[in-house]
Write a protein that binds this ligand. Structure first.
Ligand code: ADP
Length: 235
């Protein structure tokens, strides 16, 4: 079993590495093509290219997930920590979703000047994962709430949706690699079951905690707790 798992991880690592160059090249040429079509006022071409760009972005995200999994499995998920304003990161992420998502409104409530010492890129990817899941798994509702609170020892970020919710049995396995809930509701929603696994690893590496509270049929709240060091408290 362990041997097979290792083979699977190595395969993921090799594939993501080998696909990186062609993907970068496709991206670069599509940007050149975009300029070219723009100059020639080719509206139909620009429209088709915009469709391609969405899929290229999706492929890029998939490759990034594979690379993360490979790094985690090989104990190489290095963090690049620095001080940054978490309130600004959350606000910017919410604005990005606002432009990209028509189905939901995302409300956020975060104290100002909330400085944390963490890997900004990685915390950003955790936020994006939790908000996109909140949207993906609540097609029947319109609202997602993002908030952050702070006390002496920690910062807590929550992402709440009013969607499918997650049963008790599934909640135990939700952060496992490749785990996906397989009921009728989720069947047509795309995903690999890697996002929460990667998020869990990132938060654990920060010596933080991630967990979910949920009532089936009513929604889920994902919580992320990051410890505050002495350094941040004086900032
Ligand atoms: P993916 O969304 O690509 O399947 P994730 O690791 O992000 O992978 O999530 C794992 C599984 O957890 C999902 O397939 C889904 O079944 C469940 N899940 C995650 N977030 C939510 C949520 N907000 N509400 C309900 N189910 C969720």
């Amino acid at each position: 079993m362990r041997h097979l798992e290792k083979q699977k991880d190595d395969f993921i690592g090799i594939v993501s590495h080998e696909l990186k160059n062609p993907l970068t090249s496709i991206k670069a040429f599509s940007q050149l093509l975009e300029n070219y079509l723009d100059q020639n006022k080719d509206e139909k071409g620009t429209f088709y290219l915009s469709k391609m760009a969405v899929q290229i972005e999706r492929l890029t995200e998939l490759m990034a997930s594979f690379t993360d999994v490979y790094q985690i499995q090989n104990g190489k998920l290095a963090l690049k920590k620095k001080s940054f304003k978490l309130d600004e990161l959350i606000a910017n992420t919410v604005v990005d979703f606002h432009y990209a998502t028509k189905s939901h409104t995302i409300e956020h409530s975060v104290p100002n000047d909330l400085i944390v010492f963490a890997d900004k890129e990685r915390i950003s990817s955790v936020l994006v994962n939790l908000i996109s899941n909140a949207i993906k798994y609540s097609p029947m509702s319109k609202k997602v709430l993002v908030s952050a609170t702070v006390d002496d020892d920690q910062v807590t970020i929550t992402v709440q949706d009013f969607g499918f919710g997650i049963s008790k049995v599934e909640r135990i396995r939700i952060f496992e690699r490749f785990f996906r809930v397989r009921s009728k509701k989720e069947k047509n929603i795309p995903g690999l079951g890697l996002g929460l696994y990667i998020s869990h690893e990132i938060i654990t590496q920060h010596k933080g905690k991630i967990w979910v509270d949920s009532i089936e049929g009513q929604g889920s709240t994902f919580n992320v707790q990051l410890p505050r060091s002495k350094k941040e408290k004086v900032l």
